[in-house]
Design a protein around this ligand. Sequence first.
Ligand SMILES: C[S@@+](CC[C@H](N)C(=O)[O-])C[C@H]1O[C@@H](n2cnc3c(N)ncnc32)[C@H](O)[C@@H]1O
Length: 414
Amino acid sequence: MMTLRKENDYSWDFQTENVKRDTHCFHNYPAMMIPQIAERLIREYGKGAKSLFDPYCGTGTSLVEANLCGINAFGSDLNPLARLIAKTKTSKLCVKELEAYVQSLHNYLLSVNFGKICYPQNIPQFKNIDYWFLPQTISELAIIKQFIDTIENNRIKDFFLIAFSETVRESSLTRNGEFKLYRMTEEQVKKFKPDVFSMLLSKVNRNKKGLESFLKKTNSFNSQVYVFEFDSSQEVTLEDESVDLVVTSPPYGDSKTTVAYGQFSRLSSQWLGFEEADNLDSRLMGGAPKEIFPTGFQLLDATIQQIASIDEKRAREVYSFYVDYIKSISNVANVIKRGGYACYVVGNRRVKDITLLTDEFTKSIFEQFEFEHKYTFIRNIPNKRMPRKNSPTNETGKTATTINNEYIVVMNKK
Ligand SMILES: C[S@@+](CC[C@H](N)C(=O)[O-])C[C@H]1O[C@@H](n2cnc3c(N)ncnc32)[C@H](O)[C@@H]1O
């Protein structure tokens, strides 16, 4: 009996699972992968694997899961904030040492509350800081940052920086629940009174619990994690045929018209002093528009032509993303061992009412690099934070559902 190779499979939905278990609770980020998906892919396609690679590792969901299965993990991302989160989520910190710092933080904030410390030094001088933060919040954030800067153990320092970064975002005047930077209304600003110190402490406590759970599950393993900053569409600096398994979720499209990772990270990055975060969105895949030439992939070329017949500019944006995507897959394919697997979790978004069949494109591109298609599982996305609606025609008020399903494309290197 022939089995279907592409079908709906609700067992990949994980509707009721805790997606914030272990260190996955550390920091929110747009379009995070569900840890249960990474875990299941590793268990099903990584039997006996020694290494996993995620070329768009974001906050390191698949790196954490690799470590939880005792596998070494390599990840890369162009966003410095994402790299910091990924590294920290996989850092095997000494809890005793961490607890001593948590106690010092409590004491320090108490002295602040009793008026013993009131003048923060080093308030960052970035543009529009007053537009995004209340004056009191700026002082309190700077006071916290002053404490964190005194921590000598860099890995522990990063642990606090992660909690600080989320506090920056939540205490800012950005509208809640949006990844792009929009300011609250004046009415909302008047009512907004963030308790910055409590926010920080609750994140530190939550993350400490997550860390303890991660450490308990990984203490019998000696697996390592390496986080790089290479642009996978330019190069992948791992040895050829050295990786057993790739588990990744690439961006759905260029950052400007899909998920703005740079905008999401901007305020945190400014407080953390990540200069390379400027103009991040234009450096991510598809960020630099190119002139259209045939890619050689029939379905992709036909789709781009269809969009071009309606809107040439949008077609160029779409094309630029896929050109980078093809280069990235070619680099990734090279580092996978024969017999190894590439598992790509992708979304098929719509542009100008035309669906971009990224799952099919992914399959054809890998096939060109000697991979065989194993399965495509189609899942619902109940708990991935994504813009579900956009304006496909750019007419105000006219929206269409962009992505309700995800496609888990599994390819095997011959
Ligand atoms: C869907 S997110 C990955 C989320 C991740 N799986 C997680 O759970 O946090 C895609 C990531 O790709 C990164 N990215 C985009 N273009 C890139 C490129 N050319 N090279 C490396 N990373 C890139 C973005 O910064 C973003 O973090």
